[in-house]
Design a protein around this ligand. Structure first.
Ligand code: ADP
Ligand code: MG
Length: 326
């Protein structure tokens, strides 16, 4: 199978929305009138982000999911994506399930594959996604990191920390009961990008970010960009781990569970802030897109994040977030 056979066989499909898809020097996108284009890239590198024997279908899903998560964090509607792929060889047994996992998620979000690049090399998968966000009277409706205000409520979607638990279990740190391992591994391998919630939060949330490197670290980007701080309720955090309960407590100390929630990474949930006056609207938005959200604290005028226990006492801990170069 040559390079162009490979592209035709696995990645060339008729486009519905884009003006031109795979096959020419450029793809052509047709954004809706009055919309801005939101663009984001994420790369997954073998040995860094995934194991050499990683399931190709899950990898296809995850590579697009982490990109769609960035669109979600901006409140952008997915439109299209490109795929830059380095592969050691043209292996149909890898390509077929990879393309299937990738394109199934793409179809679920109406996000079309419109182009890319294919080259021989150590396995490396880079996706660039394009989405659209409306402007209203010339003002962008995109959710940004810089919009949080003192007094805002602080929320997160879904559950946090389980992907990290799975990664640690795979690394041999914990022996999780099989059902807990299966559930947490699904969170690690098949993240569900919160696109519908991101869209529903337009006009409601003041600021948003997706959690890829750990809650505290990613929230820190919002706080810095907005010039504010946060106070977070540890009692609520403890309820965010999907696998929580006596079976997990028997294996993983609660302090480490909290660590996974605060600094785990690979969650692909949204953290966002909204004015107190929007509480019922946020609840309604979360219900409408069947995505649970939890209020975990509030935004403060003083810089930095403080995690407080049930008595309002600050808890400290080293909760470093992930950084490729530190
Ligand atoms: P060029 O040489 O002009 O960059 P290529 O020969 O690399 O174009 O690619 C031919 C066509 O196939 C282009 O439309 C390109 O966008 C598309 N393409 C290449 N690799 C991929 C891929 N992995 N997935 C989807 N489209 C691809
Ligand atoms: Mg060309």
């Amino acid at each position: 199978m040559g390079e162009f056979d490979l592209i035709r066989r696995y990645f060339q499909r008729p486009v519905r929305r884009a003006a031109l898809g795979v096959g020419d020097d450029c793809a052509l996108l047709q954004p809706s009138a009055g919309c801005q284009i939101a663009v984001s890239s994420d790369m997954l590198v073998q040995g860094r982000h995934f194991f050499p024997d990683a399931d190709p279908g899950q990898l296809g899903h995850k590579t697009l999911a982490v990109n769609l998560s960035d669109l979600a964090a901006c409140g952008a509607q997915p439109l299209a994506f490109t795929l830059a792929l380095a592969l050691p060889n043209a292996d149909a047994a890898w390509l077929a399930p990879f393309a299937q996992g990738l394109l199934a998620l793409a179809d679920a979000h109406g996000c079309e594959l419109v182009g890319g690049d294919t080259t021989r090399g150590p396995r490396n998968i880079c996706i660039t996604v394009f989405g659209e966000v409306p402007t209203v009277s010339g003002r962008s409706q995109a959710l940004l990191r810089s919009g949080a205000r003192a007094g805002d409520d602080l929320y997160v979607s879904g559950t946090l920390g389980d992907a990290r638990l799975a990664l640690e279990a795979i690394g041999g740190q914990w022996q999780l009961p099989p059902d807990l391992f299966a559930r947490s591994a699904a969170r690690l391998h098949r993240p569900d990008p919160r696109v519908a919630l991101g869209l529903a939060l337009r006009g409601l949330a003041h600021a948003a970010i997706d959690i890829s490197d750990g809650l505290l670290g990613d929230l820190g980007h919002v706080l810095t960009a907005s010039g504010v701080g946060a106070r977070i309720d540890a009692t609520t955090l403890a309820t965010l781990l999907m696998c929580r309960g006596p079976a997990l407590d028997a294996v993983v100390p609660p302090a480490h569970q909290l660590h996974c929630v605060l600094a785990g990474g690979d969650d692909y949930e949204l953290a966002f802030t909204a004015p107190v006056s929007a509480r019922s609207a946020i609840e309604a938005a979360a219900r409408a897109c069947a995505t649970p959200v939890t209020r975990i604290g509030s935004i403060t005028a003083e810089a930095g994040s403080q995690v407080v226990d049930g008595q309002g006492q600050a808890i400290s801990g080293p909760w470093p977030s992930f950084d490729h170069f530190s």
